[in-house]
Design a protein around this ligand. Structure first.
Ligand code: 5GP
Length: 145
């Protein structure tokens, strides 16, 4: 899918928001939802998504939506740091399939990095152990409190 096109209500993140698909959630309020990436590029890889917008990417998004999303991403990155003690955190997002986007619902990746540990390839990793994801989510949740 290119940069242009209609928003598809059947995308996996829309299903997660509606409770029609499972997710290991870290944080949720009226505007945003954060959950563990089930195909993580590193341990603790989290996704922060808008619950209110039908934007597929950064270019579609309303500035107010972006402001809310980035503020939530900062809060979650701080909790991720406190909980998992990474040496760095990649914050990224992809716009359009040729750029690497695979789910066409506005979202931000928060990917912890450790010195000397290679980053897994985007969209090429295996499925994580749900028990491990749950443990990481609980640690990050505790750091949010
Ligand atoms: P994108 O490629 O659009 O930037 O990122 C989509 C992300 O969603 C990928 O990192 C991928 O691993 C993740 N993902 C895809 N399907 C699911 C799913 O069903 N559950 C969760 N938690 N993550 C998913």
């Amino acid at each position: 899918m290119s940069l242009d096109g209609p928003y598809d209500d059947a995308n996996i993140f829309a299903k997660i928001i509606r409770g029609e698909a499972p997710a290991v959630k870290v944080f949720e309020d009226a505007d945003v939802l954060a959950f563990m990436d089930v195909f993580p590029q590193s341990p603790g890889h989290m996704l922060v998504i808008s619950k209110t917008s039908k934007a597929r990417n950064l270019l579609d998004a309303e500035p107010e939506t972006l402001a809310t999303l980035i503020a939530a991403a900062q809060k979650l990155a701080r909790a991720q740091r406190a909980a998992l003690k990474p040496d760095g955190i990649v914050m990224t997002q992809f716009n359009g399939a040729p750029a690497g986007q695979t789910v066409f619902h506005l979202h931000i990746h928060l990917i912890p990095r450790w010195d000397g540990v290679a980053l897994g390839r985007h969209g090429a990793g295996g499925m994580a152990d749900i028990g491990e994801l749950t443990k990481q989510a609980e640690q990050i949740k505790a750091a949010l409190a």
